[in-house]
Design a protein around this ligand. Structure first.
Ligand SMILES: C[S@@+](CC[C@H](N)C(=O)[O-])C[C@H]1O[C@@H](n2cnc3c(N)ncnc32)[C@H](O)[C@@H]1O
Length: 215
């Protein structure tokens, strides 16, 4: 079932729009439906417009989907949640990686057994990528998963000319941003007891990396 079909009275054109999200939400969901079997409480980091969350939550009914982001994005996320509410979809928690520890939802007050983040590692600085893995490594239980979607370099090089152009654009906008090297991310993760267990090749030269916390 497609969540957007639930309420055809919503004026979607008034909601914050991301073409990338429209393109990748279904391929990501299909991986999450496999990878999150048996998982119950997911923290999404950097929920952005909130578009992913309203697609994922109703299609992952056994999962409580907790959104989060820096507070300046909350109005976007809330707009999508108001348009497409779901019983297992939770309003954004304030979570700025540069200042905050992993936020707890006062309603649920449950530990997260998985974390998901899309298109954030190439935006935030490497110092914040490190912080994300520190926090995930600390907060996740044994066998907990950290699932990361986005573009990555492989073997020290870009995986496409499109990614090379994208990286140049990112770095021109902010010298701290840039596409990360899979090997460096995997090495960082291992320092925090998170092992790369599966890699999915995704459309448009993106990847989805699944890390699992050691037992
Ligand atoms: C390119 S957007 C991706 C949004 C969404 N996940 C998606 O795939 O469309 C990058 C996200 O990283 C978030 N972000 C940037 N700096 C952050 C920080 N210091 N702490 C937490 N999130 C941050 C932004 O607010 C934004 O939601």
């Amino acid at each position: 079932m497609h969540n957007d079909d639930l309420n055809n009275k919503v004026d979607v054109s008034a909601l914050p729009f991301s073409q990338a999200c429209e393109n990748n939400k279904q391929p990501i969901l299909e991986v999450l439906q496999t990878e999150l079997q048996g998982f119950t409480h997911v923290l999404e980091i950097g929920s952005g417009t909130g578009r992913h969350s309203v697609h994922f939550a109703p299609n992952l009914p056994d999962v409580q989907w907790q959104t989060s982001d820096v507070t300046s994005n909350h109005r976007h996320i809330i707009a999508w949640h108001d348009a497409y509410p779901a019983p297992n979809l939770y309003a954004p928690l304030a979570f700025d990686l540069s200042t905050d520890s992993v936020p707890v939802d006062s309603q649920l007050n449950l530990p997260y057994d998985a974390m998901f983040t899309a298109n954030t590692l190439h935006i935030i600085s490497w110092a914040l990528v490190e912080r994300l893995f520190v926090l995930a490594g600390d907060a996740l239980p044994a066998n907990g998963k950290l699932i990361v979607y986005g573009p990555f370099n492989e073997h020290g090089d870009y995986t496409s000319e499109g990614n090379q152009r994208f990286d140049a654009m990112l770095r021109a906008g902010n010298s701290d941003s840039g596409i990360r090297h899979t090997e460096e991310v995997v090495s960082l993760a291992s320092e925090h007891h998170l092992k790369l267990v599966t890699t999915y090749a995704m459309p448009a030269n993106n990847q989805l990396l699944v890390f699992q916390k050691a037992k």
